[in-house]
Design a protein around this ligand. Structure first.
Ligand SMILES: Cc1cc2nc3c(=O)[nH]c(=O)nc-3n(C[C@H](O)[C@H](O)[C@H](O)COP(=O)(O)OP(=O)(O)OC[C@H]3O[C@@H](n4cnc5c(N)ncnc54)[C@H](O)[C@@H]3O)c2cc1C
Length: 439
């Protein structure tokens, strides 16, 4: 049976796979994009119903396509609904005529023996590719800490499985994790009339907007999107932002004053009782310090550059602490508190076990430099902090894709030279030995 051959195979048709396709197109590199489900599937089926983008439409997009080109109702400062984001990527794929094949699961990638390239086993047969770009997502598999047994008498789900308040059994809800997903879900549930406990760990919380500019703009002009690495010690600090209800700053003290019960980091579970670390005040203080630092940097930027942006002293008003902050819960008896659901907004892990190549460290994490892996011909795209803070975001992946395309073009030029120059005589080949052997 003949095996399909392709120069460059891109795995995954989310934003990363499509950005890759766009840059490979521009560079004239023949390629194919395989997607196990649909284009931008995660936006369709792994996110809750009301989710909108965390960044405004003018910012969280590719340079070549505006959101308003896809949906005329979307204005530049809007936060597009998740379905609109998915539609945007479908429209982008159509615009660039991306060679995407949907419904094909890549099961295994391994190096070919004795010749260049890779054998790629898929749910629809084998493909041979000279190069492989894994664009399978920064957030692949839900991660739930092994704290509460699965058979505990309440519903447990990861944030990827949450859809809306009506989906949950009656009762209070504990949301563990206060990054953008956790805090948005918790707020939605509180506004739907639920009693909500929110377990808050270390976090950054930029202002949604300050002095008339969105935080995406501030992070851009202050050079923070381009930061090459996380500050030491901040590796486990999540970021809490929201575009919900037109966008608003996440202020945990305000949420507590409105009735949300904040607790510290969830630490352990025994006999139906959860225990929390005594770190709530510290986490909130650090989040506030991060918030104020950005206001300070923004003010300094305005002054330095003589910008005409309105002052906003009210952004520095601190909401008085609710009782859950001054006298935090150390434990929670789930049954006594009527908790019917725990939502784990605790992040994701990656799984590259299907890639049988020399591109991973002992913990299975990609070994790479800006996405160029330690296995020649294998590239990654869309990794968190691949080259900068912006790497896993819609606008940021575009630039990393361009870099990877450049690297692929460089490697192809070496192969092209080799082909044009003709292969050098191989001294070990039988005919070569015959030529030099004495008569
Ligand atoms: C709740 C949430 C909200 C977010 N909001 C924003 C936002 O507002 N703005 C922003 O810029 N970023 C946002 N992000 C971050 C980021 O933009 C998204 O995570 C985005 O989905 C990443 O795109 P990707 O293409 O890198 O990966 P993914 O979207 O995960 O795409 C990878 C694709 O690969 C496919 N795939 C995986 N394995 C295989 C395989 N073996 N074979 C074939 N196909 C495979 C998957 O089906 C998937 O479609 C958000 C993330 C989350 C979790």
């Amino acid at each position: 049976m003949s095996v399909e051959k392709i120069d460059t195979l891109v795995i995954g048709a989310g934003q990363a796979g499509l950005a890759m396709s766009a840059h490979l197109n521009r560079a004239g590199v023949p390629h194919l994009v395989l997607e196990r489900a649909r284009i931008a599937e995660r936006w369709r089926s792994e996110r809750w119903d009301s989710l909108v983008a965390n960044g405004p439409a003018w910012h969280d997009r590719f340079p070549d396509l505006q959101f308003s080109d896809v949906d005329t109702a979307v204005r530049p400062d809007d936060f597009p609904h998740k379905e609109t984001v998915a539609d945007y990527f479908v429209a982008f794929a159509q615009k660039i005529a991306a060679p995407v094949r949907c419904g094909v699961d890549v099961l295994k990638v391994e190096r070919l023996e004795g010749r260049t390239g890779f054998r790629v086993e898929t749910s629809l047969g084998t493909i041979e590719a000279q190069r492989v770009v894994a664009a399978t997502g920064p957030f692949q598999r839900p991660s739930i800490p092994a704290l509460v047994p699965e058979d505990a008498p309440l519903r447990q789900m990861h944030s990827t499985a949450y859809r809306n308040p009506d989906q949950l059994p009656d009762g209070a809800v504990l949301v563990v994790g206060a990054g953008s997903s956790g805090v948005q879900i918790a707020e939605e549930l509180m506004r739907a009339g639920r009693t909500v406990y929110l377990s808050v760990g270390p976090h950054d919380r930029p202002p949604r907007a300050y002095r008339g500019r969105d935080f995406c703009w501030w992070l851009g002009v202050l050079g923070k999107w381009d930061a090459a690495a996380q500050e030491p010690g901040k590796e486990h600090v999540t970021i809490a932002v929201s575009g919900a209800r037109g966008g608003h700053t996440i202020d945990f003290r305000r949420l507590a004053s409105e009735g949300m019960v904040l607790v510290g980091r969830t630490e352990s579970f025994k006999d139906g009782v959860l225990s929390f670390a005594p770190d709530l005040a510290e986490n909130l203080d650090n989040g506030d310090a991060n918030y104020r630092a950005l206001l300070d940097e923004a003010d300094a930027y305005v002054a330095r550059n003589g910008l005409d942006l309105p002052e906003e002293p009210e952004a520095r008003i601190r909401v008085p602490d609710a009782a859950c902050i001054t006298d935090p819960l150390a434990t929670l008896d789930l049954k006594a508190a009527g908790v019917g659901t725990i939502i784990w907004a605790t992040g994701f892990v990656s799984d590259y076990s299907w890639m049988k190549v020399n591109a991973f460290d002992a913990n299975g994490r990609p070994r790479h430099q800006r996405g160029v892996s330690t296995e020649a011909g294998v590239y990654f795209l869309g990794l968190p902090w691949q080259s900068r803070r912006g790497s896993s975001f819609i606008w940021g992946v575009w630039h990393d894709a361009k870099y990877i395309a450049d690297q692929i073009v460089i490697q192809r030029s070496y192969i092209a030279y080799h082909a044009a120059a003709g292969a050098a005589p191989d001294a070990t080949a039988p005919h070569a030995i015959a030529e030099v052997a004495p008569a």
